[in-house]
Design a protein around this ligand. Structure first.
Ligand code: SF4
Ligand code: SF4
Length: 96
């Protein structure tokens, strides 16, 4: 099943906030303890398009030091970011 695609909104890397939802004060407790897979970004494939940021339902993807990063304290491992990444720069790895 293809993910639902929103109307294209022009964005640039600089439009993306450098804070996650947690850092912005929307979440109060770490809540990723039940995640069984974690998304891992391959920096060699990632071009910083930030589609993953736009579609992450938990707001845990942000840009830090010029790179796309995931806040694993709050990521639920839903895999939407992997699904939406056209460059296949995100893999889901089993939690150990
Ligand atoms: S969607 Fe893929 S290529 Fe785009 S920023 Fe996210 S990981 Fe990088
Ligand atoms: S797995 Fe889900 S919650 Fe975690 S970063 Fe990707 S889209 Fe966000």
């Amino acid at each position: 099943m293809k993910p639902y695609l929103r109307e294209k909104i022009p964005t640039s890397f600089e439009d993306i906030p450098e804070t996650t939802s947690y850092e912005a004060g929307f979440l109060v407790t770490k809540n990723a303890g039940w995640r069984n897979v974690r998304p891992v970004i391959d920096p060699a494939k990632c071009v910083g398009c930030l589609n993953c940021y736009l579609y992450c339902p938990d707001g845990v993807i942000s840009r830090k030091d010029g790179k796309v990063q995931i806040d694993y304290d709050f990521c639920k491992g839903c895999g939407i970011c992997k699904k939406i990444c056209k460059l296949k720069a995100i893999e889901l790895e089993a939690e150990k």
